[in-house]
Design a protein around this ligand. Structure first.
Ligand SMILES: Cc1cc2nc3c(=O)[nH]c(=O)nc-3n(C[C@H](O)[C@H](O)[C@H](O)COP(=O)(O)O)c2cc1C
Length: 188
Protein backbone atom coordinates (compact mmCIF):
# COMPACT_ATOMS: atom_id res chain seq x y z
CA UNK A 1 0.00 0.00 0.00
CA UNK A 2 1.15 3.54 -0.74
CA UNK A 3 2.30 5.48 2.34
CA UNK A 4 -0.31 8.15 1.56
CA UNK A 5 -3.07 5.51 1.63
CA UNK A 6 -1.81 4.10 4.93
CA UNK A 7 -1.82 7.59 6.43
CA UNK A 8 -5.30 8.48 5.18
CA UNK A 9 -6.80 5.13 6.16
CA UNK A 10 -5.59 5.07 9.77
CA UNK A 11 -8.57 5.02 12.12
CA UNK A 12 -9.32 5.03 15.79
CA UNK A 13 -11.02 1.72 16.42
CA UNK A 14 -12.67 1.29 19.82
CA UNK A 15 -13.11 -1.81 22.01
CA UNK A 16 -16.78 -2.15 21.06
CA UNK A 17 -15.41 -3.24 17.67
CA UNK A 18 -12.86 -5.69 19.06
CA UNK A 19 -13.49 -9.42 18.61
CA UNK A 20 -11.55 -10.37 21.74
CA UNK A 21 -8.88 -12.19 19.71
CA UNK A 22 -5.18 -11.62 20.37
CA UNK A 23 -2.68 -9.75 18.24
CA UNK A 24 0.42 -11.92 17.71
CA UNK A 25 3.47 -10.70 19.60
CA UNK A 26 5.48 -10.58 16.33
CA UNK A 27 3.04 -8.00 14.94
CA UNK A 28 3.42 -5.88 18.07
CA UNK A 29 7.21 -6.18 17.94
CA UNK A 30 7.18 -5.05 14.32
CA UNK A 31 5.06 -2.04 15.26
CA UNK A 32 7.39 -1.24 18.19
CA UNK A 33 10.33 -1.40 15.80
CA UNK A 34 8.56 1.21 13.65
CA UNK A 35 7.97 3.31 16.77
CA UNK A 36 11.64 3.14 17.62
CA UNK A 37 12.53 4.85 14.32
CA UNK A 38 10.66 8.05 15.10
CA UNK A 39 12.87 11.12 15.02
CA UNK A 40 14.37 12.40 18.27
CA UNK A 41 16.59 15.34 19.03
CA UNK A 42 19.93 13.99 20.29
CA UNK A 43 18.54 10.51 19.64
CA UNK A 44 17.31 10.24 23.22
CA UNK A 45 14.56 7.76 22.19
CA UNK A 46 12.32 8.93 25.03
CA UNK A 47 9.36 6.64 24.31
CA UNK A 48 8.61 3.91 26.81
CA UNK A 49 5.87 1.33 26.45
CA UNK A 50 4.33 -0.81 29.17
CA UNK A 51 2.37 -3.62 27.58
CA UNK A 52 -0.47 -5.28 29.48
CA UNK A 53 -2.28 -8.42 28.37
CA UNK A 54 -4.04 -11.34 30.05
CA UNK A 55 -4.26 -11.17 33.83
CA UNK A 56 -2.22 -7.95 34.23
CA UNK A 57 -4.51 -6.25 31.66
CA UNK A 58 -7.58 -7.35 33.60
CA UNK A 59 -6.04 -5.98 36.80
CA UNK A 60 -5.50 -2.65 35.01
CA UNK A 61 -9.17 -2.57 33.96
CA UNK A 62 -10.15 -3.48 37.55
CA UNK A 63 -8.14 -0.46 38.71
CA UNK A 64 -9.99 1.76 36.20
CA UNK A 65 -13.32 0.43 37.48
CA UNK A 66 -12.32 1.08 41.08
CA UNK A 67 -11.41 4.71 40.24
CA UNK A 68 -14.51 5.32 38.11
CA UNK A 69 -16.76 3.85 40.81
CA UNK A 70 -15.09 6.01 43.44
CA UNK A 71 -15.54 9.15 41.30
CA UNK A 72 -19.17 8.32 40.54
CA UNK A 73 -20.02 7.71 44.18
CA UNK A 74 -18.13 10.85 45.26
CA UNK A 75 -20.59 12.80 43.08
CA UNK A 76 -23.45 11.14 44.98
CA UNK A 77 -24.42 9.04 41.94
CA UNK A 78 -24.98 5.30 41.84
CA UNK A 79 -22.62 2.90 40.09
CA UNK A 80 -24.75 0.87 37.69
CA UNK A 81 -24.41 -2.14 35.40
CA UNK A 82 -24.32 0.28 32.46
CA UNK A 83 -21.17 1.88 33.92
CA UNK A 84 -19.60 -1.52 34.48
CA UNK A 85 -20.46 -2.76 30.96
CA UNK A 86 -18.40 0.02 29.39
CA UNK A 87 -15.32 -1.30 31.15
CA UNK A 88 -16.07 -4.91 30.32
CA UNK A 89 -15.86 -3.96 26.65
CA UNK A 90 -12.29 -2.78 27.26
CA UNK A 91 -11.40 -6.33 28.30
CA UNK A 92 -11.90 -7.24 24.63
CA UNK A 93 -8.60 -5.50 23.94
CA UNK A 94 -5.77 -7.80 23.00
CA UNK A 95 -3.20 -5.58 24.68
CA UNK A 96 -3.36 -2.26 26.50
CA UNK A 97 -0.25 -0.13 26.24
CA UNK A 98 0.81 2.69 28.48
CA UNK A 99 2.46 5.29 26.26
CA UNK A 100 5.09 6.94 28.40
CA UNK A 101 7.83 9.48 27.93
CA UNK A 102 11.20 9.41 29.68
CA UNK A 103 12.55 12.95 30.04
CA UNK A 104 16.34 12.80 29.70
CA UNK A 105 17.06 16.42 30.63
CA UNK A 106 19.20 16.72 27.48
CA UNK A 107 16.57 18.61 25.47
CA UNK A 108 13.43 20.57 26.42
CA UNK A 109 10.63 18.31 27.66
CA UNK A 110 8.32 19.38 24.87
CA UNK A 111 10.71 17.90 22.32
CA UNK A 112 10.60 14.49 23.97
CA UNK A 113 6.82 14.67 24.29
CA UNK A 114 6.60 15.40 20.55
CA UNK A 115 9.03 12.60 19.71
CA UNK A 116 6.97 10.14 21.75
CA UNK A 117 3.82 11.19 19.91
CA UNK A 118 5.65 10.57 16.62
CA UNK A 119 6.65 7.12 17.88
CA UNK A 120 3.05 6.34 18.79
CA UNK A 121 1.92 7.36 15.32
CA UNK A 122 4.56 5.07 13.76
CA UNK A 123 3.39 2.23 16.02
CA UNK A 124 -0.24 2.85 15.13
CA UNK A 125 0.33 2.98 11.37
CA UNK A 126 2.46 -0.17 11.42
CA UNK A 127 -0.12 -2.02 13.50
CA UNK A 128 -2.95 -1.06 11.19
CA UNK A 129 -0.86 -1.92 8.13
CA UNK A 130 -0.60 -5.44 9.60
CA UNK A 131 -4.38 -5.66 9.98
CA UNK A 132 -4.74 -4.73 13.67
CA UNK A 133 -6.37 -1.73 15.25
CA UNK A 134 -6.74 0.43 18.30
CA UNK A 135 -6.98 3.92 19.65
CA UNK A 136 -5.12 6.37 21.83
CA UNK A 137 -7.01 7.10 25.04
CA UNK A 138 -6.34 9.79 27.59
CA UNK A 139 -9.05 8.71 30.02
CA UNK A 140 -8.88 6.49 33.08
CA UNK A 141 -6.66 8.70 35.21
CA UNK A 142 -3.73 8.56 32.80
CA UNK A 143 -2.29 11.93 33.86
CA UNK A 144 -2.84 11.48 37.60
CA UNK A 145 -0.35 10.64 40.31
CA UNK A 146 -2.30 7.52 41.28
CA UNK A 147 -1.79 5.86 37.90
CA UNK A 148 1.77 7.18 37.61
CA UNK A 149 2.60 5.25 40.77
CA UNK A 150 0.52 2.26 39.70
CA UNK A 151 2.60 1.95 36.50
CA UNK A 152 5.82 2.30 38.50
CA UNK A 153 7.00 5.27 36.43
CA UNK A 154 9.97 7.33 37.62
CA UNK A 155 9.85 11.01 38.55
CA UNK A 156 11.28 11.99 35.15
CA UNK A 157 8.69 9.94 33.31
CA UNK A 158 5.13 10.74 32.34
CA UNK A 159 2.30 8.68 30.92
CA UNK A 160 0.88 10.35 27.80
CA UNK A 161 -1.90 7.92 27.09
CA UNK A 162 -3.11 4.39 26.76
CA UNK A 163 -3.31 2.53 23.48
CA UNK A 164 -6.06 -0.09 23.47
CA UNK A 165 -5.13 -2.53 20.72
CA UNK A 166 -7.28 -5.30 19.33
CA UNK A 167 -8.55 -7.34 16.44
CA UNK A 168 -11.43 -5.50 14.79
CA UNK A 169 -14.60 -7.06 13.44
CA UNK A 170 -17.31 -5.43 11.35
CA UNK A 171 -17.11 -2.32 9.25
CA UNK A 172 -14.88 0.43 10.59
CA UNK A 173 -16.77 3.73 10.29
CA UNK A 174 -15.18 6.53 8.25
CA UNK A 175 -13.58 9.49 9.99
CA UNK A 176 -13.88 13.16 9.08
CA UNK A 177 -11.54 16.14 8.80
CA UNK A 178 -12.06 19.76 7.95
CA UNK A 179 -10.05 20.65 4.83
CA UNK A 180 -6.38 21.34 5.48
CA UNK A 181 -6.40 24.54 3.35
CA UNK A 182 -7.65 26.57 6.32
CA UNK A 183 -4.88 25.24 8.56
CA UNK A 184 -1.93 26.43 6.46
CA UNK A 185 -0.52 29.93 6.05
CA UNK A 186 1.67 30.11 2.97
CA UNK A 187 4.18 32.96 3.30
CA UNK A 188 5.21 33.11 -0.38
C1 LIG B 1 -3.50 12.39 22.18
C2 LIG B 1 -4.83 11.76 21.84
C3 LIG B 1 -5.71 11.46 22.86
C4 LIG B 1 -6.95 10.86 22.58
N1 LIG B 1 -7.79 10.56 23.61
C5 LIG B 1 -8.98 9.97 23.35
C6 LIG B 1 -9.85 9.61 24.41
O1 LIG B 1 -9.54 9.79 25.59
N2 LIG B 1 -11.03 9.05 24.10
C7 LIG B 1 -11.40 8.82 22.80
O2 LIG B 1 -12.51 8.32 22.56
N3 LIG B 1 -10.57 9.10 21.77
C8 LIG B 1 -9.37 9.67 22.01
N4 LIG B 1 -8.51 9.94 20.99
C9 LIG B 1 -8.86 9.52 19.61
C10 LIG B 1 -9.51 10.66 18.86
O3 LIG B 1 -10.79 10.88 19.35
C11 LIG B 1 -9.54 10.29 17.38
O4 LIG B 1 -8.22 10.24 16.90
C12 LIG B 1 -10.36 11.28 16.55
O5 LIG B 1 -11.71 11.15 16.85
C13 LIG B 1 -10.17 11.11 15.06
O6 LIG B 1 -10.52 9.80 14.67
P1 LIG B 1 -9.51 8.95 13.78
O7 LIG B 1 -8.30 8.68 14.64
O8 LIG B 1 -10.25 7.69 13.43
O9 LIG B 1 -9.18 9.75 12.56
C14 LIG B 1 -7.29 10.55 21.23
C15 LIG B 1 -6.37 10.85 20.20
C16 LIG B 1 -5.15 11.44 20.51
C17 LIG B 1 -4.19 11.72 19.38
Amino acid sequence: MEVQDILLQRRSVYPRQFSGQSIPKEALLKAFESANWAPTHKRTQPWRFIVYSGDPMNKLVDQWIMMAKRNTEAKGEAWTDVNAAKFDLMRKSSHILVLACHYSGLVPEVEETCATAAAVQNFWLSLQDQGYHGYWSTGNGIFGEEMHDWFGLAENEKALGYFLAGVAEGVIPPSVRKPVDGLIRWME
